[in-house]
Design a binder for this molecule. Structure first.
Ligand SMILES: [Zn+2]
Length: 308
């Protein structure tokens, strides 16, 4: 939009595309639509003319919603405020839009509603957890750098130490930055893929697998709890291998140490070399956080019992 100021320039029509109704009248420029009546500035009373767009020798349209802006001090202040309000409105709309986007990402992540409060702030620290907490928080705070190298986390340890809590806390921090995360327990993930495999899902097995293979961050919670078969090990291998070669990070939590997890995931009478390779690679390309101490929830319950 070219603003019209000096009346002297109006004679040079070539570089002007905006004319007020007054200028058009003075210069005898024809317009397709009749010009709107001028208005008075509500602050100083000056006559304000409407502006038209000049094209191919005539005014093709009038900007009909408001006349030209007055240049008196009060009007200037009024328009400055209007513009500020417009910016505030746009910012509020943007914030709302961002929030909706994040809500949708959280919804799509698969994090159960009950876990949505499991932030870093909500984690009850004990002296034994300090190191693990710092490692998990460091990972979340530096995710982009880790993700670039395909580095994930491997959270192993005893029951009730908060491995899932840390995985969720990381996920929530990233989701709030607009990063897409897929969270599943190992049981859920295999069931989900199996349903597609058995034709009981709207998605094909390949589509389902590709969700787990391609999500920017995959969190597999509680690995080793599921009933393992040759099929589930080959699925796990295929997902983790694809993510490894594509350098996409994965977070795994498990209640088992390395040798117990290998036993747990070796199919009955089966070969453990596949699962050995999977777990050894998981240790190699992920930061391993070991969380092995007494269950603090259990401890707290006991303390409460004593107090009662
Ligand atoms: Zn005015």
């Amino acid at each position: 939009v070219i603003e019209v100021e000096a009346a002297g320039r109006t004679s040079n029509r070539a570089d002007k595309i905006i004319y007020t109704t007054k200028e058009a009248e003075l210069l005898g420029i024809k317009s397709i639509y009749p010009p709107p009546e001028p208005e008075k500035c509500k602050f100083c009373g000056k006559t304000l003319y409407y502006e038209g767009v000049y094209l191919c020798g005539m005014i093709v349209t009038w900007r009909t919603n408001i006349p030209e802006r007055c240049n008196c001090e009060k009007a200037k202040l009024y328009w400055k405020r209007q513009e500020q309000m417009e910016i505030q409105k746009k910012n509020a709309e943007k914030a709302k839009e961002d929030k909706n986007k994040i809500d949708l990402l959280i919804q799509k992540s698969g994090i159960p509603k009950r876990y949505l409060g499991k932030t870093f702030e909500a984690y009850e620290q004990i002296p034994e957890s300090k190191r693990a907490y710092a490692q998990a928080k460091y990972y979340a705070d530096n995710f982009k750098k880790f993700a670039e190298n395909g580095n994930g986390l491997y959270l192993e340890g005893t029951y009730g130490t908060g491995k899932t809590h840390f995985a969720i806390a990381i996920a929530l921090q990233l989701l709030n930055q607009g990063i897409s995360v897929t969270f599943r327990t190992a049981v859920e993930m295999f069931e989900d893929i199996k349903a597609a495999y058995d034709g009981q899902s709207d998605y094909s097995e390949v589509d389902k697998l590709s969700v787990y293979k391609k999500t920017p961050l995959l969190i597999i919670d509680d690995l080793g709890k599921e009933q393992c078969t040759e099929w589930s090990v080959s699925i796990l291998n295929s997902i983790l291998n694809e993510r490894y070669v594509s350098m996409l990070p994965t977070i795994i939590t498990t209640n088992y140490n390395e040798s117990d997890l290998i036993n747990k995931l070796t199919p009955r009478n089966g070969d453990s070399s596949n699962i050995r390779a999977i777990i050894s690679r998981s240790h190699e390309c992920n930061t391993v956080i070991t969380m092995a101490w007494e269950d603090y929830r259990g401890k707290k319950m006991e303390r409460l019992k004593v107090e009662i």
